[in-house]
Design a protein around this ligand. Structure first.
Ligand code: SAH
Length: 395
């Protein structure tokens, strides 16, 4: 028999709206012995069955709901159905963009809390970030092998949030042979990535559409690509006729990969620079040197990890956006992003507007950008929306 918990009165509301999290503070009574990752039935205070989830004793989010259907059992078939449904939902996107790399499962938004799965050619890379996901690893691997019989599977659970679940960081091969390097293609651009050591699961798939949009402004332009990582914005820009792209990142390894990415796309490496620098400092220096660019891309790492850090993050965003605006020629284009889920969209827009004021520039917002469609947001789970961006014209 499945163990169960009963919630405090009034604490069932979010579950009735199919939000998948149960906080420790909502739980009144616990029946039966529960270990990390165990499946648990959740009841309202009036004993109405609400959902079935995974027990995370070390986390504030003590239960993550697997299913809101009472008859659904958390077995191999459950994971297969979820993964098949997620894949089905992406077929149109895969066909439209000629993708060989895409997110197969986006955790809570694909009704698999804590489970992220990316596909890079014939390699699946998964992150299992919750106690429940960790517990059901073998079932997930079984389901993946059914759906993708030709794929190797790598686990990249080397993420700090596992600590909150009482889990250690982990990198391991789960099936087959994992190459040191993989090449994918999106929108006709090839991307080399290192699945074992690259960021996240190896690459930033979520920026795919935004790279194409940014590149559409790049013809004959000099582009400063800040936080360039492995240079995919640069590959797109040069393929779209940019005169010059300056890639800037703190990581020399990422810059070396950026150069190789231009080479495999047969783009002119002489039209690119690769500068290892701290963007915050370099933008200041360029500003005092009076340097000018036609287009600047700002795609920084996540600045906000907690609500308490939001003010500091705003200062960081404002700083780089203000300097970038100062560095743009009249009519220049700024493509600016925030991948911090805790940064509300309207606040991000306000920060960019404040940066324009401080820069003494008049700015138009031309396009509002977000994460690619293989990173969907469940309507019951607004937290799934994290990437926002603006294309700005600086007058
Ligand atoms: N634009 C990239 C993804 C950027 S990820 C793409 O499209 O794939 C963020 C990058 O910022 C990382 O490569 C990281 O090395 C770099 N980074 C972090 N802090 C930095 C800083 N202060 N200055 C320069 N680069 C930084």
């Amino acid at each position: 028999m499945t163990s169960s918990v009963v919630l405090h009165p009034q604490r069932e509301k979010s579950l009735l709206r199919h939000h998948p999290w149960v906080f420790a503070s909502a739980i009144d009574k616990q029946k039966g012995k529960l270990r990390a990752g165990d499946t648990v039935d959740v009841y309202a205070s009036d004993n109405t069955w609400l959902g079935r989830g995974a027990w995370s004793p070390h986390s504030q989010i003590q239960i993550r709901i697997w299913t809101f259907e009472r008859d659904e059992v958390i077995d191999n078939g459950f994971f297969l159905r979820r993964i098949e449904a997620a894949l089905e939902g992406r077929q149109a996107l895969i066909a439209r963009n000629g993708l060989t790399g895409f997110r197969v499962v986006a955790a809570e938004s694909d009704r698999l809390p804590g489970v992220t799965i990316d596909k890079y050619d014939n390699l699946l890379v998964c992150q299992l970030l919750s106690a429940g996901a960790d517990k059901h690893r073998a079932k997930i691997v079984w389901a993946l092998q059914k759906c993708f019989p030709d794929c190797a599977i790598l686990e990249r659970s080397d993420v700090a949030v596992r600590k909150k679940e009482g889990l250690e960081p982990l990198v391991q091969v789960l099936h087959g042979e994992v190459a040191d390097e993989v090449c994918i293609e999106e929108n006709g651009i090839k991307v080399l990535l290192d699945p074992r050591r690259g960021h996240k699961t190896g690459f930033y798939l979520d920026q795919r559409d935004n790279r194409a949009i940014a590149a559409s402004y790049a013809l004959d332009k000099t582009v400063l690509n800040c936080f360039s990582y492995t240079g995919t914005f640069a590959s797109y820009a040069l393929a779209n006729g940019a005169k010059k792209v300056i890639n800037m990142d703190v990581s020399q390894e990422a810059l070396s990969m950026a150069r190789r990415n231009l080479e495999i796309n047969q783009l002119d490496v002489n039209r690119a620079d690769f500068i290892q620098a701290d963007v915050f400092q370099a933008l200041r220096d360029y500003s005092s040197e009076g340097r000018k660019f036609d287009q600047i891309i700002l795609d920084p790492p996540k600045f906000v990890d907690s609500k308490a850090g939001l003010n500091r993050a705003c200062r960081g965003y404002k700083d780089i956006n203000m300097y970038a605006m100062q560095l743009l020629e009249a009519g220049g284009i700024l493509c600016t992003f925030s991948c911090s889920g805790l940064m509300p969209t309207d606040l991000f827009h306000k920060v960019v507007a404040d940066a324009a004021l401080d820069a003494g520039r008049q700015v138009q917002f031309l396009e509002r950008l977000s994460q690619a469609a293989d990173h969907p947001v469940a309507s019951s789970y607004p937290e799934g929306y994290y990437l926002k961006g603006l294309v700005c014209r600086v007058l």
